[in-house]
Design a protein around this ligand. Structure first.
Ligand code: GLN
Ligand code: ZN
Length: 768
């Protein structure tokens, strides 16, 4: 019996890797310096894991950017334009990761997508029949050898071939649309086989092959490919034992073929899918397969209930005929989705700190469980301390705010409904708002200038007073309002200068959230976020935005849009509690927002926007769960926005949504917002056909320019977009706005873009 973790954060305890990368990209340090930091951090990671008592360290999971991109690089999945760029291998790698614009070379980054249902983004491999799969580098072997030489017992980790291809997209060379990248697996498998041989020669005993795609419905269609691929891989290097790792969910019917794959070990996620102890483990009773039990969550920040986890482990051993050597105690997934250590937190109270377990502490939990499974008495003091801690947290959570619970229990169906249907509301709003055709507006933020960031930093450090800071914000809002009036926009915004981040800002003002100093979690590459943590029932101690919105409204006769982040997005971009459902948490946040929305209305705000860009992100991996999720997500949004009168306009906003998905589309309609704005400038107008097909009758503003780019499209170009939209939807319902907020633009860019946008709308009013 042994213990293992499936992967570990890459940032370094003091963000060493992030800093080294950014210095290298800025031309401020050499390749050697970068690689030196990387090596130090790899070895430090092994040391951290080992010193917590875990037997096996994962090798190859450290990356300079993304482990999926590493796999593409190793297996030769490099589109021609990068391969032939003339850049050295490391810069070619970074060019695929983040683009390269220097001298003659002008390469865009490859596409990013979310890694299953996490907030980690990977770079999408691009393949076609022409892809020349080959062993392009030996990083997995090198990393293993490096660990071995330093005295660590390593288990190389590879992204599995079918997951890798299932996450790929067809590149420009692919012949037809129907092309499924997984059809290339028979060409890719021999390269994996070659790599396994090399790992065997280097002395690897086990190799972990990650196939999280097995926790999705679509893996079922790849049953035959799984059989033939793993048959080939198991023969490739007979001395190596393959551990097939599945995580983030349950195998369900995919178990039918997974249970007979010729692998020495199978890892299952018992955190996300605890029922697999009963649905999966018994199928292995009469086999020799080793089961790796993912008992310590790789996805949350909470201490594991070790006594419960130990019971599960004991049950597994029993089901496997009492043979303890047939189990490995493990984290449920890679720990990359958790921060490094709670030791870096010094502002949280001892009581709160005691609830948490980050990557390093989770390693300790894995080791404790392993020791306890060998000999329960050996860990008894840790187990009883853990029991006390878990109980204290449960008590705190369960008694944190009875008033909030009572309020939620009293919610009635009519609380989720506006007073009248959209048609009537629209009439009242038309009179109240008095807008032209193609009303122009923006999505909320205006440039977050250096000055704004520096004032915020100085305020946070206590270098300027609250009054000074607020005076600065008011001046900033005044500036933004004047700019918009000069540009002749119709519905104005206050510009969000007071917000560090659209979720953190609200989390800090609400009760029930905890904030960390150093709990960074990778979003992509060198970008890390510190998600707020929901620790108890959520409520709003006082109004959050009314002060800024009403000040902004006082400066203009035009409609000033109130600006909030929606309940689903606040929750999806935080670490949720583990003791109650996400549904309850979202609805508690919704009630807090409902009060804010109502207060904004009372303060004379006529239009209120609640952004929900993360609605799509929270979609569960299994289709059978989509409906339940979308139902409560829609309910939470409606609960937060339905308390207003008919004349108050409710707006929502979505970037990166998937309008091709019928269920998501239906949910967006079900929000019953009076107007929605969507990211659209990079898609063609045809996606509006979906809205047409759904008979979407409320107002919509598809983006007319890309806010990520400094480029200023001409008013002609934007007019043509409006014209294209009008082929699908009546002009009376179309708005004219950018894709998203303008916070990353400079004022020169934003002003020029808005000027052309307003011009385009004016022309549309007379010509369309
Ligand atoms: N109101 C936010 C902004 O303009 C919306 C951001 C988002 O959708 N990601 O910045
Ligand atoms: Zn957006």
């Amino acid at each position: 019996m042994s213990s293992a973790v499936l992967g570990y954060p890459r940032i370094g305890p003091k963000r060493e890797v992030k800093k080294a990368l950014e210095a290298y990209w800025a031309g401020k340090s050499s390749v050697e310096e970068l690689l030196k930091v990387a090596k130090e951090q790899r070895l430090l990671t092994y040391e951290n894991i080992k010193s917590q008592g875990v037997d096996v360290v994962p090798t190859g999971t450290f990356t300079l950017y993304d482990h999926v991109l590493d796999a593409s690089n190793t297996f030769g999945i490099i589109p021609d334009k990068y391969a032939k760029s003339g850049l050295n291998p490391l810069d070619t790698y970074f060019a695929m990761a983040r683009g390269h614009q220097k001298g003659e070379v002008d390469l865009p980054a490859t596409e990013m997508q979310k890694w299953f249902d996490s907030n980690y983004h990977f770079l999408v491999p691009e393949v076609s029949e022409k892809t020349n799969f080959r062993l392009n580098d030996t990083k997995p072997v090198d990393d293993f050898v490096e660990a071995k030489q330093a005295g660590y017992n390593g288990r190389p980790v590879l992204v599995g071939p079918i997951t890798l291809l299932a996450l790929s997209k067809a590149d420009a060379d692919a012949q037809q649309k129907e092309f499924d990248p997984v059809s290339l697996v028979s060409k890719l498998t021999p390269v994996y086989a070659e790599l396994l041989e090399k790992l065997a020669q280097a002395g690897a005993e086990w190799v972990q092959i990650d196939e999280p795609i097995l926790c999705m419905d679509r893996a079922a269609q790849y049953a035959e490919q799984f059989k033939s691929t793993y048959a080939a891989l198991s023969k490739a290097a007979p001395s190596v034992k393959l551990l097939l790792a599945t995580y983030f969910g349950r195998l369900e019917s995919n178990l039918d073929f997974v249970k007979d794959l010729p692998v020495a070990g199978l890892h299952i996620d018992l955190d996300r899918a605890p029922e697999q102890i009963d649905t999966v483990v018994p199928h292995f009773a009469n086999k020799t397969t080793v089961l790796s039990l993912g008992l310590v969550s790789g996805r949350n920040v909470w201490k594991t209930d070790l006594n419960a986890a130990l019971k599960t482990a004991q049950k597994a051993v029993e089901l496997l005929g009492g043979d303890k050597n047939r189990v490995i105690i493990a984290s449920s997934s890679s720990l990359l989705h958790t921060p490094i250590t709670v030791k870096n937190e010094n502002k949280l109270s001892a009581e709160v700190i005691d609830w948490f377990s980050f990557a390093t502490e989770k390693c300790g939990e894995v080791a404790t469980l392993t020791a306890a499974l060998k000999d329960p008495s050996s860990a008894s003091s840790i187990l009883s301390a853990n029991e006390k801690s878990i109980k204290a947290r449960r008590d705190f959570e369960q008694n944190s705010d009875p008033a909030v619970r009572q309020r939620l229990a009293n919610v009635k169906p009519e609380d989720l409904k506006r007073q009248s249907a959209f048609k009537q509301r629209r009439e009242v709003q038309n009179k109240h708002l008095n807008l032209p055709l193609f009303p122009t507006t923006t999505i909320g933020s205006f440039p977050q200038t250096k000055e704004i960031r520096s004032y915020r930093a100085r305020f946070n450090k206590g270098e300027i007073t609250q009054e000074e800071y607020e005076k600065f914000l008011e001046d900033e809002i005044k500036f933004v309002v004047e700019k918009q009036e000069a540009l002749d926009l119709d519905v104005l915004v206050h510009g969000e200068p007071e917000r560090n981040d659209m979720v953190q800002y609200f989390g800090e003002l609400l009760d029930g959230f905890a904030f960390t100093q150093n709990a960074w979690v990778q979003s992509f590459g060198s970008r890390y976020v510190r998600p707020p943590i929901v620790v108890s029932d959520v409520s709003r101690p006082k109004a959050m935005t009314v002060r800024w919105s009403s000040y902004a409204q006082s400066l203009t006769k035009k409609t000033m849009k109130g600006m909030l982040t929606g309940p689903v997005t606040i929750l999806n971009w935080s670490f949720p509690r583990a003791d109650i459902s996400k549904e309850i948490q979202a609805k508690q946040i919704a009630l807090a927002l409902r009060d804010e929305v109502n207060d904004l209305e009372k303060a004379g705000i006529r239009s209120i926007q609640e952004d929900e860009p993360a609605l799509r992100e929270g979609l569960p991996l299994r289709e059978a769960e989509h409906k339940a999720y979308l139902d409560w997500a829609v309910a939470a949004f409606r609960l937060s926005t339905s308390g207003v009168r008919d004349e108050t306009q409710i707006v929502s906003h979505f970037c990166y949504s998937d309008f091709a998905n019928r269920q998501i589309m239906q949910s967006i309609l079900d929000l019953d917002a009076d107007m929605i704005s969507i990211e659209n400038s990079k898609s063609d107008a045809k996606i509006l056909k979906v809205f047409q097909n759904f008979e979407y009758a409320n107002d919509i503003g598809p983006g007319v320019f890309d806010i990520h780019s400094p480029r200023v499209p001409t008013s002609e170009e934007m007019f043509n977009r409006l014209k294209a939209f009008s082929a699908y939807l009546p002009v009376e319902r179309l708005w004219c706005n950018p894709d998203c907020g303008l916070k990353t633009r400079s004022w020169d860019e934003a002003a020029a873009q808005c000027k052309n946008m307003v011009e385009a709308a004016k022309r549309a009013r007379s010509e369309l």
